[in-house]
Each structure stands twice: as structure tokens, then as C-alpha cells.
Design a protein around this ligand. Structure first.
Ligand code: FAD
Length: 467
């Protein structure tokens, strides 16, 4: 006889979308059941995504800066790398955060059921737990079941030397030669980590630039910077085949500039993520899932079934944690009868590489393709006193404004801390700021944030002094 419980709001998935929705719904007085198959809350982001990657990138940054300090007349010896301790640091960060979520769930009396859930009907879900099946009846449901790494058919995915991002974050060893398949954000972040730890890096990307989707002029300084450090970066190249051999993985390439084949100690496949829509029995609840596995929703996060909502990676791109959490609040609030809607003007993207690349709003390539009339300013960090003072003149701050109104429609930044700096551009766009508003806003000197105001002044034609 399966155990049966009831929920005002059932949340499927304990990632940033799911836990945020569960907590908000509980704060609004709803009785919430949160179903998560793994023993810890936090989903991909906290356990095997945003958080562990950033902890490792911090370690990489220290190594990198110590190496580059030579140009300031400061020489350190080669780093002594204690892989167990680095892994321990990363795991502790993750554990602190996921443990915090447990406390927050308990404080709100959110019932967490650990097991794999599947819809059985419009108001029912069965959860397979270690103690047997649990049936959850619900008035409302929020689907936050996330996404998984895409696997390439015919690659030897059973070979432990062929890794996905989760394997790479586990940091089992530092291979002598690592191939990263996919020059997107996740691939390049892991390249940054493994390079700092001593691996020889090759990156292979199908498109004609790294981080496809970001403007080429913003990616160029990153490409130039890492080109000097990595063994190879192959663009417009695909991996056609991987053959496991005793000495390593033999990888076959098709594309310009790449050899026919090469041998690597490990290969990381980072070619994108697929939504989990097709894996949760959505059809039993009548919830529409598209051919790719995404669940379409309206601006209230409602699926085609009015009392069932969906949020996060499973509803579409961009697959980012901060999109998931904002959608989560909307879903919980709509269920509580509030007039909430997801109406973000833009969702920023950040590559936490070295240098970082961040962008928001329309890219210049999109503006051109859509025939948007824009004005552009690119402020070179070579003219920023602060950037020179940290030895990083390769950066740039780019601003796109509507040609007529001069309101901000897009921005991109490449350079250290770009991920922090982009927040100002997002706020400017959300507040409907124009170039004059930004130029008249007093920015502290000397800061990297000034470069955003300088770009605005370039659009206004009021820039007088640099440095
Ligand atoms: P998820 O985090 O995927 O959570 C879904 C949860 O649902 C999982 O815990 C899963 O176990 C559970 N689940 C699924 N199906 C079931 C089921 N049937 N029963 C029970 N439980 C189920 N985003 C950023 O914004 N910034 C970053 O820096 C960043 N870095 C990343 C680095 C890496 C290496 C990766 C892989 C991703 C990164 N992301 C980053 C993306 C980010 O992790 C996701 O956008 C985010 O986790 C999506 O949240 P979510 O709640 O939609 O889903």
C-alpha cells in the first residue's frame, strides 16, 4: 500500500528553480511538497554547476595571477598543487550551500520527498523512494526538473576518460593533454581550471568563433589571451569519432587547421544541455512537451494545463540559474493569486573565463539581423587607469543604444570582473536609462565601472578626458 500525501503545491525538482518556488509558495502560506531525486537540494547549479565551477575558477585565478605577476617584477615559484585539498575546498562550499537549503526548507515546513517523481494524472504524482513508492496528490504543480548534458551518439561515453561537466568538476586527476569539445561557456570555464592546474588544453568548436551567441569583438580579447596559453584552438571543426586506446583517446577531426587525429589523455564533451521534459510522465498530466523536451509556458509560467506550471531550464533558453529563480517566484506568486508575470527585459550571460565575458540585451549581431537602428560605443580598457593598474588593458566595454531615443538596448563587457560590471547595464536597461543618464551618473574613479559611463559619454559626444 503506497504512502499518500497531499500538497497545495507540488514542486518537482530541487534546483534553483524548484527550491525558490517551494520557499516562495511556503512563505505565501501554501503547504508545499518538494520532490528531488538526489539526497541534496540545489540541483545542477549548486551541486555540479555554477557553484563548484566558480570555486575551482577562483583557485585557477590565483595560480594564473601568480604566474602573470612576473610582468610586475614579482616572481613566485611553481605552485604546489594539492588536488585533494582543492577538491575539499570546492566540496565544502557546495556542502555549506546545500546544507543551508535544507535548513531553509525545514524552517518553512516544506516537505522534501527524496525520490524520482512521475506524473500519474492531472492531480497526482508517484515518487519512487528508497522506502518504496509515495503518492502525492496536488492542487497545483510546478515543474522544475531541469536539464542534463547532451551526449554525442557513437562517442565512447562509457570510457571514464570521456567526461561531461560533472565528471570534470569531480577533479579526479589533471590529465597531461585535455581536449574540450565545445567552445561555449561551460567548456571554456573548465579549460580555464584545468589549464591553471597544469593540463595542456585543446579546444574544438564547430562554429567560427568561441562562445557563439556573443558578439565576436567581445570574444576576441579572450581568444587572444587563451591562444597564447593553450596548445590549440580549432574553430569550424567537428570531432567525427573517438577511439579508446590504451595510451589515450584517439580523436578524429574534420575541419580547417586541425590534424586528422590526435591522442588525448581525457576528453570533456561540453556541447550543450537538453531539457528533461520527456522524462517525467508529463503526458499523464496532459502537459504538452515539445519535440526537444521543453515545456512551453506563458508569461505566468503556466503550461497548457492551467494548474500546472513550469520554470527554469525545462522551459527554454537561456538555461541560467538567475532565469530559473525569477520564473520560480512568478509561478509561486501566480498560484497564490498575485498578478505576477515574467517580464524581464533581459537576462545577462556571463562566461567566468579569464578575461570574463558578459553581455545583455541585444547583441550587435542581433541588432543588425533584426534591422534595429542603433548607435554603438566601445570604450577600450587601454584608456582606463584602473585597467592599466591591474595589468589588463585587453578589456573593452561596449554599449548599444537606440539611435533615436539613446536608450540602452544592449551592452557587453570583456575583462576581469565583467560578470559583476554587467549588472549596471542590466539595471540601466530595466530602468529605461539613456546614454545621458549613465554619463551624468557619477562613477568612482579609478574603477572599471567607469568604463560604462565613458562608453555612454562616447555616445553622447561629451567625453573629454580618459584615464
Ligand atoms: P536544475 O538545476 O537542473 O535542477 C533540476 C532538479 O530536478 C535536479 O536536482 C534533478 O535531480 C531534479 N529532477 C529532475 N527530474 C526529476 C524527477 N523525475 N524526480 C525528482 N527529481 C528530479 N548557470 C548560471 O546562471 N551561472 C553559472 O555560472 C552556471 N554555471 C554552470 C556550470 C555548469 C558546469 C553547468 C552544467 C551549468 C551551469 N549553469 C550556470 C546552469 C545552471 O546550473 C542551470 O541553469 C540551473 O541549475 C537550472 O535550474 P533548474 O532549477 O531549472 O534545474
Amino acid at each position: 500500500e503506497p504512502k499518500t500525501i497531499h500538497a497545495d503545491v507540488l514542486v518537482l525538482g530541487g534546483g534553483p528553480g524548484g527550491y525558490t518556488a517551494a520557499f516562495r509558495a511556503a512563505d505565501l502560506g501554501r503547504q508545499v511538497v518538494l520532490v528531488e531525486r538526489y539526497p541534496t537540494l540545489g540541483g545542477v547549479c549548486l551541486n555540479v554547476g555554477c557553484i563548484p565551477s566558480k570555486a575551482l575558477l577562483h583557485v585557477a585565478q590565483i595560480i594564473h595571477e601568480a604566474r602573470e605577476a612576473g610582468e610586475f617584477g614579482l616572481r613566485f615559484g611553481a605552485p604546489e598543487i594539492d588536488l585533494d585539498q582543492i577538491r575539499g575546498f570546492k566540496d565544502k562550499v557546495v556542502k555549506t550551500l546545500t546544507g543551508g537549503l535544507e535548513t531553509l526548507a525545514r524552517q518553512r515546513k516544506v516537505t522534501v520527498v527524496q525520490g524520482t517523481g512521475r506524473f500519474t494524472g492531472e492531480h497526482g504524482m508517484q515518487v519512487e523512494t528508497t522506502d518504496g513508492p509515495v503518492t502525492v496528490g496536488f492542487d497545483h504543480a510546478i515543474i522544475a526538473a531541469g536539464s542534463r548534458a547532451v551526449k554525442i551518439p557513437d562517442f565512447p561515453h562509457d570510457d571514464p576518460r570521456l567526461m561531461d561537466s560533472t565528471d570534470a568538476l569531480a577533479l579526479q586527476e589533471v590529465p597531461k593533454r585535455l581536449l574540450i569539445v565545445g567552445g561555449g561557456i561551460i567548456g571554456l570555464e573548465m579549460a580555464t581550471v584545468y589549464h591553471a592546474l597544469g593540463a595542456g588544453i585543446t579546444v574544438v568548436e564547430l562554429m567560427d568563433q568561441l562562445i557563439p551567441g556573443c558578439d565576436a569583438d567581445l570574444v576576441r580579447p579572450l581568444h587572444q589571451h587563451i591562444k597564447k596559453q593553450y596548445e590549440n584552438i580549432y574553430l569550424k571543426t567537428r570531432v567525427s569519432r573517438i577511439e579508446p586506446e590504451a595510451a589515450g583517446l584517439k580523436v578524429f577531426f574534420e575541419g580547417e587547421g586541425a590534424p586528422e587525429s590526435d591522442l588525448f589523455d581525457r576528453v570533456l564533451v561540453a556541447v550543450g544541455r537538453a531539457p528533461n521534459g520527456a522524462l517525467i510522465g508529463a503526458e499523464n498530466a496532459g502537459v504538452h512537451v515539445d519535440a526537444k523536451g521543453f515545456i512551453p509556458v506563458d508569461e505566468h509560467q503556466r503550461t497548457n494545463v492551467p494548474h500546472i506550471y513550469a520554470i527554469g531550464d525545462i522551459v527554454g533558453n537561456p538555461m541560467l540559474a538567475h532565469k530559473a529563480t525569477h520564473e520560480a517566484k512568478v509561478a509561486a506568486e501566480v498560484i497564490a493569486g498575485k498578478p505576477s508575470a515574467f517580464q524581464a527585459l533581459t537576462i545577462p550571460s556571463v562566461a567566468y573565463t579569464d578575461p570574463e565575458v558578459a553581455w545583455m540585451g541585444v547583441t550587435e549581431a542581433q541588432a543588425k539581423a533584426q534591422g534595429i537602428e542603433y548607435e554603438k560605443a566601445v570604450f577600450p580598457w587601454a584608456a582606463s587607469g584602473r585597467a592599466l593598474g591591474i595589468g589588463r588593458k585587453e578589456g573593452a566595454t561596449k554599449l548599444l543604444c537606440d539611435k533615436t531615443t539613446k536608450r540602452v538596448i544592449g551592452a557587453g563587457i570583456v575583462g576581469p570582473h565583467a560578470g559583476e560590471l554587467i549588472a549596471e547595464a542590466v539595471l540601466a536597461m530595466e530602468m529605461g536609462a539613456d546614454a545621458e543618464d549613465i554619463g551624468l551618473t557619477v562613477h568612482a574613479h579609478p574603477t572599471l565601472s567607469e568604463t560604462f559611463a565613458f562608453a555612454a559619454e562616447m555616445i553622447e559626444g561629451t567625453i573629454t578626458d580618459l584615464y
